[in-house]
Design a protein around this ligand. Structure first.
Ligand code: ADP
Ligand code: ZN
Length: 741
């Protein structure tokens, strides 16, 4: 990394700042470079920051504050700094807040663990051969030859069998030197050089997979930052394909980053990786300990970490030598962070890959419409895996018309679906019922006065969770014990549950098939990785007959004996006016359908998907039943084009919130008064947000729509800076919004 010339430097500190501050280094002997992490005084506090360039020389040196500490890590690499700058300007957030994400875990920097390592004082084998030493000492020198970082005492003893005394003696005789370095992980295994193994794994792939691997490998080797869409039905071998490209990346001595939605990042996935590579990837998710995070971060920075697999925040890890990024399930909403810094990790990953001249692979069975569009017009390289890799047939999809074949009164499953469940139970095959609603019922009404039970903090219904006997708000987490008394009119015993949640379907199944072994898979029942992992094992080992699940089940899992998928309510999510409502419904339904019959090879053993619907003519449901994704996408694109919506136009929102309702109203109309007028920019609002009252705050939204060539960020910043935002108002800018709530 570039050295800075003087001892006066600009430091960007982590926190809500866009501009750097000048500091001076007293110790004239330390060389400073861009990206170096330092500790500086700021007001009364000490804050960590990074050097981003020479000082501005606008303040005399004697007046400058002094750098308190220069940390002895590698500097934050240039691509990470470029990502920080880009992310900050794209999403209109402070650079210093993005830096804060990069420098998390902060403990890694401020309190790293150190260890002693030994380095050889010899540069090559000839030098070693020339001196007269015992065989044991020679073993140590051979082992340490060409190692940049050195090895710990334990490693040396384990590898060579020498005693501590010998090592001490070698230090005294200046054959090796002792050094203090910060502790990273021991990751020799992360870089592979096993070409024989490569061949074997590669040969096993089918033609389409090989073609995809070849294209991506070529980009890795030629350091081209191509963006690939790896597009294939569930079970078509996408994971297997990108594993081979990860292997190539490691072979090139470079690091690979695999981004997965948190929920797909299961021990099952890790096991599969281990089976393939014989070493464990470094896992970065919300459950790992601070200590582990610290080590992974340092190992990425010093280049010893080969493969990191993580949820979206892993993109912020300062890799020193990144050669490949994979974004699996790229369409997932989970890549968009909706709090603090609002950013889309998939989109930023694409930018990040251009900075390290390395390719990126977006993998999905149901790509997002934006990605599909970019692949269609040649911006991304479209790689398709058209069939199931195991040779299994695709499931047979049928619609159940709920008007012609309604469920019994007060029930939710059509007799046709119940009949199919029965036949699967007889054959000892598994079934999955999908309903994307947690709890027992989404709405409770008092039959006496008609009151709908709402949250106290939000403008949302409370959801009954009968298994815990509580009512809970899915937006803010507020909960209270369920009592069958209306708070409004005081009448007892008249609270009625409306509509089904997974618990209610469980109740119905228990009535019809009392002997069937059931499991409910939702974020309420599967609240940590261990429970989820155990349950997945039980399902795989055929200890479960019927699975009832929410969206959670749609992802990634491979259940060999699952032959029927029943979609209880396909109409959920079709209405609602959200830009992506139909796209998302399509994605979820297709993902769930893909769980059925993943290993059925014969026509008569084909998996079955039954979709219950009130609207058999609906284009989304029809596209799924005919397995015609591209036709559906093309239609969706036409309607987006008519509305000048993404990917044709650009979209952003401004969300204003406050505890003070009247002041919020006044401020939003003041902001409207200074709104800009441009021919190709349309501003809607301020409208009350769909969830007007959330977590104790009132909310209003502006929606800004523009032509594609408009710098929507500039428009918004120039506008919102025209008036001061008082401290009782929170103003949030959301560029490329996903959520319109
Ligand atoms: P996807 O990621 O597209 O869902 P996977 O990579 O998980 O697909 O592959 C699905 C199943 O097919 C896995 O069990 C995998 O081991 C197997 N598989 C993948 N590629 C092949 C192949 N070329 N030949 C045989 N089986 C394969
Ligand atoms: Zn609430």
């Amino acid at each position: 990394m570039k050295n800075v010339n003087s001892k006066e430097v600009s430091v960007l500190i982590s926190g809500p700042f866009n501009e750097p501050f000048d500091y001076v280094l007293e110790d004239k002997n330390t060389n400073l470079s861009i990206g170096q992490i330092v500790l500086v005084p700021f007001g009364k506090r000490k804050i960590v920051g990074i050097i981003i360039g020479d000082g501005t020389k606008t303040i005399p040196e004697t007046k400058l504050k002094k750098i308190l500490q220069v940390y002895d890590f590698e500097p934050i690499p240039k691509p990470s700094i470029e990502l920080m700058n880009f992310l900050s300007s794209w999403y209109c957030v402070f650079k210093g807040l993005v830096l804060k994400m990069i420098l998390s875990p902060i403990e890694a920097i401020t309190s790293p663990d150190y260890e002693k390592v030994y380095k050889s004082n010899f540069l090559n084998q000839n030098e070693i051969n020339e001196i007269k030493i015992t065989n044991k000492r020679k073993l140590v020198l051979d082992f340490l030859l060409n190692l940049d970082i050195g090895k710990s005492q334990n490693d040396i003893i384990k590898q060579t069998g020498v005693s501590k005394a010998i090592l001490k003696d070698m230090t005294q005789k200046n054959l090796v030197q002792e050094k203090k370095v910060y502790k990273t992980l021991n990751l020799d295994s992360h870089f592979l050089k096993n070409t024989k193994e490569n061949k074997k794994n590669y040969d096993f792939l089918n033609l389409e997979q090989k073609f995809a691997v070849d294209r991506i490998n070529d980009a890795i080797i030629k350091t081209k930052s191509d963006c690939f869409l790896l597009d294939g039905v569930p079970g078509s071998g996408k994971t297997e394909t990108y594993f081979e490209t990860v292997r190539t990346c490691l072979d090139q001595g470079k690091q690979a980053l695999i981004l997965l939605p948190e929920i797909v990042l299961t021990p099952d996935w890790e096991k599969r990786f281990f089976k393939k590579f014989s070493f464990a990837p470094l896992v970065w998710n919300s459950e790992i300990t601070k200590k582990k995070k610290k080590k992974i971060w340092l190992s990425a920075l010093n280049g010893s970490a080969g493969v990191i697999v993580g949820a979206r925040s892993a993109l912020m890890i300062p890799f020193s030598n990144l050669g490949l990024i994979i974004v699996d399930e790229e369409h997932e909403q989970a890549f968009k962070q909706e709090e603090n810094v609002r950013y889309n990790a998939r989109d930023m990953a694409i930018y990040r890959s251009t900075r390290s001249s390395s390719p990126i692979v977006l993998a999905s069975a149901t790509p997002s419409l934006e990605t599909f569009y970019n692949a269609k017009n040649g911006k991304y390289i479209h790689l398709t895996l058209p069939k199931r890799a195991t040779g299994a047939t695709l499931p047979h999809i049928k619609l159940i018309d709920l008007i012609a074949h309604p469920p019994n009164k007060g029930k939710w499953l059509s007799p046709l679906l119940v009949g199919e469940l029965e036949s699967k139970l007889k054959n000892k095959e598994q079934s999955l019922l999908f309903l994307n609603r947690r709890g027992y019922a989404p709405l409770s009404i008092c039959n006496s006065c008609g009151d709908k039970i709402k949250c106290v903090n939000c403008d949302a219904w409370l959801v009954e969770h009968r298994s815990k006997n509580i009512l809970i708000c899915h937006h803010c987490g507020y909960s209270r014990v369920f009592e069958n008394v209306c708070k409004k009119c005081g009448v007892e015993g008249q609270i009625k549950a409306c509509g089904p949640g997974v618990e209610r379907i469980e109740e119905e199944i228990k009535e019809i098939f009392p002997k069937a072994r059931l499991i409910v898979l939702s974020s309420d029942t599967m609240n940590n990785h261990k429970i989820l992992n155990d349950t997945v094992e039980r399902i795989k080992n055929n200890k479960v007959d019927i699975i009832i699940g929410t969206q959670m089940i749609a992802k990634g899992h491979d259940f060999p004996n699952l032959k029927l998928v029943g979609i209880v309510d396909s109409d959920v999510g079709l209405s609602g006016g959200d830009l992506r409502a139909s796209e998302r419904t399509f994605q979820v339904l297709q993902q769930v359908s893909g769980r059925s019959g993943r290993h059925s090879k014969k026509e008569d053993e084909k998996g079955v998907v039954l979709i219950q619907t009130f609207d058999t003519k609906n284009p989304i449901i029809n596209a799924i039943s005919k397995n015609n994704r591209n036709e559906f996408f093309d239609k969706e694109l036409v309607s987006r084009q008519h509305a000048n919506m993404p990917p044709y136009g650009r979209l952003a929102s401004i969300i204003l919130s406050s505890r003070l309702e009247r002041k919020l109203e006044t401020f939003s109309s003041d902001l409207l008064k200074v709104a800009p007028f441009f021919k190709n920019v349309k501003i809607f609002g301020p409208a009350p947000a769909p969830i007007y009252f959330l977590r104790g705050r009132f909310r209003r939204r502006f929606l800004i729509k523009s032509d594609k060539n408009v710098n929507i960020q500039d428009v918004i910043l120039n506008w919102t800076r025209k008036i001061n935002t008082p401290n009782y108002i929170k103003l949030t800018i959301d560029i490329d919004p996903f959520s319109f709530m």
